[in-house]
Structure formats: structure tokens, C-alpha cells
Design a protein around this ligand. Structure first.
Ligand code: SF4
Length: 165
């Protein structure tokens, strides 16, 4: 299974709930974080086929890199905030944490193309395996940004010496 593959059918419309957007070129109205989009019908977008024409190209461009479906299935066993409103906040928080995890999976994969020394290549693979294979819980995702994400970002900083200027 490719961890970065988005599968909206296994998600609970977390992006249409959690993310904020501003009225403008990409979105036809303002939306606050945690406000379910009024175009949402259960877990589906009611204007999915005509998003561009209706003024929502931003929704077409957005890709959570598989973090929404992973949160719903791995952390919440397929449950949804729509069936149990108590889950709204924990699901939003977990989605935020998982987006950070998946952003780093994406970057760690991209670093494969750099001519890394063996020790750095091993570190890259170790981080990637941890982020992809770990079975995350909500609290662990909440801690990710102040813990392992910082470690990985320091590692990325060190990789800049491999990037041709
Ligand atoms: S317009 Fe559709 S895809 Fe965009 S946030 Fe609303 S429900 Fe989601």
C-alpha cells in the first residue's frame, strides 16, 4: 500500500471539515477550520463534478497525501465525526498531525535522489520506515510536531549540503 495515496472513499471528508479557506480565486466563500463545508453531503462533495465552474478550483488542487484516509482507518477504526460529534475535535487534531507525518514521508522519499553518504541514507530509510509503518494513535500524532518532526527537520537541514547550488 502506498501511504501517500489519497483514498477519499476511506476518509470522512476531513479536509472539508478541518481546513479553512478564504473567498477568492480558489474558493467561492470563506470557511473557518472546523466548520463543515455547506457543500458537503455526508462524506461526499455535492458539487464534486463541477467544482471548477462553481468557483472551487482550490478543492480540486488539494491533496492530503493519504493522511485523511489513514487517520480515519488507522486511528479511528473507520468511525466519523458525522456519526459521533465528540470525535470532531480529536479527528481534526489527528488529521493535522498526520498531514505533518505525510509531508515528511514525501520529503524523505524525495531525498532518495540525493547522493547521500551511507550513514545519511540509512537514517533516511529508518525515518521513512518509522513514519510509514508506525501504527499511530491520536496522542502520538499530537506529539509528533514537537518531537520526531523536529528531529527529522534537523536531519533535512543537514541534507542541504548535498543539494547542488
Ligand atoms: S466545495 Fe466540496 S470539496 Fe470543497 S470543501 Fe466543500 S465539500 Fe469539500
Amino acid at each position: 500500500m502506498d501511504r501517500l495515496k489519497t483514498d477519499c472513499s476511506q476518509c470522512a471528508a476531513l479536509c472539508c471539515l478541518a481546513l479553512a479557506f478564504d473567498k477568492g480565486r480558489d474558493f467561492a466563500f470563506d470557511k473557518n477550520p472546523g466548520q463543515p463545508c455547506p457543500n458537503l453531503k455526508h462524506h461526499l462533495c455535492s458539487i464534486h463534478e463541477s467544482l471548477e465552474e462553481k468557483g472551487f478550483p482550490g478543492c480540486v488542487k488539494y491533496d492530503c497525501l493519504g493522511s485523511g484516509n489513514r487517520v480515519v482507518q488507522e486511528v479511528f477504526a473507520g468511525r466519523s465525526w458525522q456519526d459521533d460529534p465528540k470525535l470532531t475535535r480529536p479527528m481534526m487534531e489527528a488529521f493535522s498531525g498526520m498531514r505533518e507525518v505525510h509531508k515528511r514521508i514525501d520529503l524523505l522519499r524525495a531525498a532518495e535522489t540525493l547522493p547521500l553518504e551511507p550513514a545519511d541514507e540509512q537514517t533516511r530509510r529508518d525515518y521513512l520506515a518509522r513514519l510509514e509503518q508506525f501504527h499511530w494513535s491520536g496522542p502520538e500524532l499530537n506529539d509528533f510536531e514537537v518531537g520526531m518532526a523536529l528531529e527529522i527537520d534537523i536531519f533535512f537541514h543537514g541534507l542541504r549540503r548535498y543539494v547542488p547550488r
